[in-house]
Design a protein around this ligand. Structure first.
Ligand SMILES: Cc1cc2nc3c(=O)[nH]c(=O)nc-3n(C[C@H](O)[C@H](O)[C@H](O)COP(=O)(O)OP(=O)(O)OC[C@H]3O[C@@H](n4cnc5c(N)ncnc54)[C@H](O)[C@@H]3O)c2cc1C
Ligand code: FES
Ligand code: FES
Length: 494
């Protein structure tokens, strides 16, 4: 890549412009803030996206307003700041020392004790403050599930979240939005952001052509999307990566399109950005995404990365496979498409060449006759990794199973369809006896392992029980439980 085609990474730190070019691209935003900027309000707890102590907020123009998103600075790399405003706890109080309403509410509601978690909570509250309307308890729970506090207890913090907008006034960030948007737009000249230091380089291509060319030139490069897996390679495995190619600025990968057959989700689309479209077509899958990681993880992580990573316990592949989704890949000028289930070859082995990248996942649009249900089994409701996840897509013709596709995560080295169970049900009457008979076949499809999340026996039992649950819910609609929806309803009553 020629030098004159690249530019430094540019962003705003608060209201001040920053340009970085000679910084190691393995530097996390947290390290940059604490060691380079000496902004030490942002804390390091776990260093792996779990505790939220490092939460910062990134603002980006969205039309004529700013969109604010909380992310974990411990697993975001500095290069991903390009084009954004980075806000930390130091930015919130006014120059006269007046606390931001979210900080003041935390004080008023006694929402802090030792204070270690507090800057992270403040930033999650700040992002929530910027959303329209007053948040209800469900929204508050979702927004704060990625912040852990070991001493205050969540009651006072949730109370602060409820109280912070009581005055109903726009804050000074809203007043300054036009200037901030103008300053952010002025950062970009269309060239490609590039970092180089310590023998490590970083590129942020703007188009798929540039991305394809970079991967041809650097086939061993690490493709970086949301960094919610890759970030941990650096912070936990202490690896040094380079070259890194960030896909967050590739225009073609940042799109969702819907036609009469397919919902095409670009590889750089975050869970948060995919949510509304997924909810509109498949509410059950949206419930799964809502429980994936935390708000901070969903604001950064992508469905494309979840697929490319190839984990057997990734939450998005089972529903996508049950629906018959397809994956689009590109290598050089060549595009290819395959059934998503064929992408997962074996544990840690995917059907992808080193210089090949995921362009998009194509999900069939909803069909009136097809029912999709997904069930995630984990020890905690929020912010927990799956022990087993079952996705069931059923089409009935009268009472007969015209088509059924079942896919489980956590039951095999890859997300895998229950083909024997499907065969046992296809063409049969959708009745309890046939479902019970199919449950017996489950052990022919899966030989799960025992690990810290669940025993093999538990996994097999739960898979059978989820098939039973699915049957009951499709035949006795009143028995249907939607755990996310129900938790929400209970909170609304509280
Ligand atoms: C605290 C925490 C909680 C989590 N909870 C969950 C959970 O509940 N459920 C769950 O499923 N996951 C969970 N995860 C895992 C993680 O969020 C996902 O795997 C995520 O989807 C990865 O997406 P990403 O955009 O962050 O990918 P990255 O971390 O950027 O990349 C992941 C992998 O995919 C490759 N890659 C990315 N994009 C492409 C592309 N376009 N083409 C080719 N290769 C590509 C990268 O090179 C890398 O190998 C959690 C992670 C954390 C840190
Ligand atoms: S330090 Fe725990 S989430 Fe970042
Ligand atoms: S106030 Fe001590 S960890 Fe939250």
């Amino acid at each position: 890549m020629k030098k004159d085609q690249t530019r430094p990474v540019r962003f705003l730190l608060g209201d001040e412009r920053r340009e970085l070019s000679a910084i190691d691209p393995n530097t996390t935003v947290l390290t940059y803030l604490r060691r380079v900027e000496r902004r030490v309000g942002t804390k390091e707890g776990c260093g792996e996206g779990d505790c939220g102590a490092c939460t910062v907020v990134l603002a980006e123009p969205e039309g004529d307003r700013l969109r604010y998103r909380a992310v974990n600075s411990c697993i975001q790399f500095v290069g991903a700041l390009d084009g954004k405003q980075l806000l930390t706890v130091e930015d919130l109080a006014g120059s006269d020392g007046m606390l931001h309403p979210c900080q003041q509410a935390l004080v008023d509601c006694h929402g802090s004790q030792c204070g270690f978690c507090t800057p992270g909570f403040v930033m999650s509250l700040f992002a929530l403050y910027q959303e329209a309307g007053t948040p209800n308890r469900n929204r508050i729970d979702d927004a704060l599930a990625g912040n852990l506090c070991r001493c205050t207890g969540y009651g006072p913090i949730a109370a602060a979240a409820k109280a912070m907008k009581a005055a109903g006034q726009p804050d000074r960030f809203a007043h300054r939005a036009p200037q901030t948007i103008a300053a952010l737009k002025a950062l970009d000249d269309g060239a490609m952001p590039h970092l180089e230091a310590n023998g490590h380089s970083y590129f942020a291509p703007r188009s798929v052509e540039q991305l394809a060319q970079l991967l041809t030139d650097h086939p061993s490069a690490t493709i970086l999307a949301g960094g919610t897996d890759v970030g941990l390679w650096v912070t936990k495995q202490l690896r040094q990566l380079g070259p890194i190619i960030w896909i967050g600025e590739v225009a073609e990968l940042n799109r969702i399109t819907v036609d009469d057959r397919w919902i095409e989700i670009g590889a750089a689309i975050t869970y948060t950005d995919a949510m509304a479209t997924v909810e509109a077509h498949y509410p059950d899958m949206a419930d799964i995404l809502r429980r994936l990681g935390s708000e901070q993880i969903r604001n950064a992580g992508t469905i494309g990365g979840n697929i490319a990573n190839g984990s057997p316990i990734g939450d998005s592949p089972p529903p996508l496979i049950a629906l018959g989704s397809r994956l689009v890949l590109r290598r050089g000028d060549r595009l290819r498409e395959l059934a998503l289930e064929d992408f997962f070859l074996d544990y840690g082995k995917q059907d992808r060449q080193p210089d090949e990248f995921v362009v998009a996942v194509k999900v069939p649009v909803a069909e009136p006759k097809r029912i999709l249900r997904c069930y995630k089994i984990s020890k905690r409701f929020d912010q927990d990794i799956t022990a087993s996840l079952g996705a069931f897509a059923l089409t009935l013709a009268d009472k007969e199973v015209e088509d059924i596709r079942i896919c489980f995560g956590g039951m095999a080295p890859v997300p895998r369809r229950a083909r024997q169970v499907e065969a046992a049900l296809k063409g049969k009457e959708w009745i309890r006896e046939n479902v019970e008979a199919a449950c017996w076949v489950m052990s022919e499809d899966y030989a799960p392992i025992t690990d810290m999340r669940a025993s093999a026996r538990y996994r097999l039992q739960v898979a059978q029980n989820l098939l039973r649950k699915f049957f009951i819910e499709t035949t006795e609609p009143a028995a249907r439980t939607r755990i996310v929806v129900e938790r929400r309803a209970a909170h609304e009553l509280a």
